[in-house]
Design a protein around this ligand. Structure first.
Ligand code: PLP
Length: 362
């Protein structure tokens, strides 16, 4: 996947604001919710900040370029982005295939909220492409991938799913939050939509909540998603967009350092007598290491471990750490560890002795 894509340059310069009144090198924050019309009543670039805003436009331009898509649509959280994707791609009577191991919010959104509106949902172990093929029905509309998955780092064969979807005219969406576009670019492989919780690696400092959908092509689907964004209104504030733009300047540096450290930790845990299992796609022992090696240029900075013992043993381990904090979320400069099962809401699926680790830049 080596091409002329330069994330280091894009994440600093893409979407630079053209007509900033004072020649600012860095963009100001545009807090105005409303924008004045010209003398003849026509609009300039913006009308009302829910529809568009200079800071959001800059962010969306940058995120589209980073993922190699034609359109990016930003939201106020990762879940708002997933919701917009499902809302724009599914209708009552449709069937969607999602991973059995994925962010629990996505699972709940599909199984509890969309199911109530007449969408049929299959939760499938996508580690094996044959499971995806077997799950398809005449009314399947969307295959939603999350690879590596949260929190078991399961790997789905992205190109395999896309080839399958093409033969049946289905849409493919991919939550690329764990991999980031530094290591994996599903749109280049043919996915229709990539989703990110920008809360995570794009923000990188655990101080902004956000989400984005990036579309491979500008067209009917991207217009529908943009319309949903503007009418449903779960848009990020100008300040949050500004913060994300600022954080993106160091995006590549952070992700590369975090990933290098995660690889060292994964090796350490893999040979540790008190660890039962390590989930990290960079390890040769990972079930789908070969697929990960084919579709990723690096393996990311998320890993999970099974502690030998029960929930108490895992909790005790997490509580004793001095630098790594026991807290939810991921992708920040600070390392976090989390007992995942007790964070997964009403229907947890993670093993009781699983700890998820987000490696920072320490
Ligand atoms: N997707 C993944 C893989 C996540 O890890 C998360 C949050 O942890 C989300 C989506 C949802 O993002 P947010 O918390 O910003 O709504």
């Amino acid at each position: 996947m080596s091409d002329s894509h330069h994330p280091e340059t894009i994440s600093i310069h893409a979407g630079r604001m053209a007509a900033v009144a004072h020649g600012d090198v860095m963009p100001p924050i545009h807090l105005s919710t409303t924008f004045e019309r010209q003398q003849d009543g026509t609009f300039r670039d913006h009308i009302y900040t829910r529809s568009s805003n200079p800071n959001r436009t800059q962010l969306e331009t940058k995120l589209a370029a980073l993922e190699g898509g034609q359109v990016a649509v930003a939201f106020s959280s990762g879940m708002a982005a997933v919701n917009a994707a499902f809302n724009s791609m599914l209708k009552p009577g449709d069937h969607v295939v999602i991973p059995d191991d994925c962010y629990h919010g996505t699972r709940e959104l599909a199984n509890e909220i969309f199911a109530r509106w007449g969408v049929e949902v299959s939760n499938i172990d996508m580690s094996d492409l044959r499971n995806v093929e077997r799950a398809l029905k005449p009314h399947t509309r969307l295959i939603w991938i999350e690879t590596p998955s949260n929190p078991q780092l399961k790997i789905t064969d992205v190109s395999g799913v896309i080839a399958l979807a093409r033969t049946k005219g289905l849409l493919v969406g991919c939550d690329n939050t764990f991999a980031t576009p530094i290591w994996q670019r599903p749109l280049a492989m043919g996915a229709d939509v990539v989703m990110h919780a920008t809360t995570k690696f794009f923000s990188g400092h655990s101080d902004v909540l956000g989400g984005v959908l990036v579309l491979r092509e500008a067209g009917e689907l991207s217009a529908r998603i943009q319309h949903y964004q503007q009418i449903a209104g779960a848009v990020p504030s100008p300040f949050d967009c500004w913060l994300l733009n600022r954080s993106l300047s160091t995006f590549s540096l952070r992700v590369r350092q975090q990933t290098a450290s995660a690889g060292v930790l994964a090796d350490f845990f893999a040979s540790h007598p008190r660890i039962e299992k390590v989930f990290y796609p960079g390890l040769a022992s990972h079930l789908n290491h070969d697929i990960a090696r084919r579709q990723m240029t690096g393996y990311g900075s998320m890993l999970s471990i099974l502690i030998k013992g029960d929930r108490d043993a895992a909790m005790t381990f997490a509580g004793k750490l001095r630098v790594f904090r026991h807290a939810t979320s991921l992708g920040g400069v600070e390392s976090l560890v989390e007992h995942r099962r007790t964070a997964e809401g009403a229907h947890p699926v993670s093993p009781d002795n699983l700890l998820r680790i987000s490696v920072g830049v320490e």
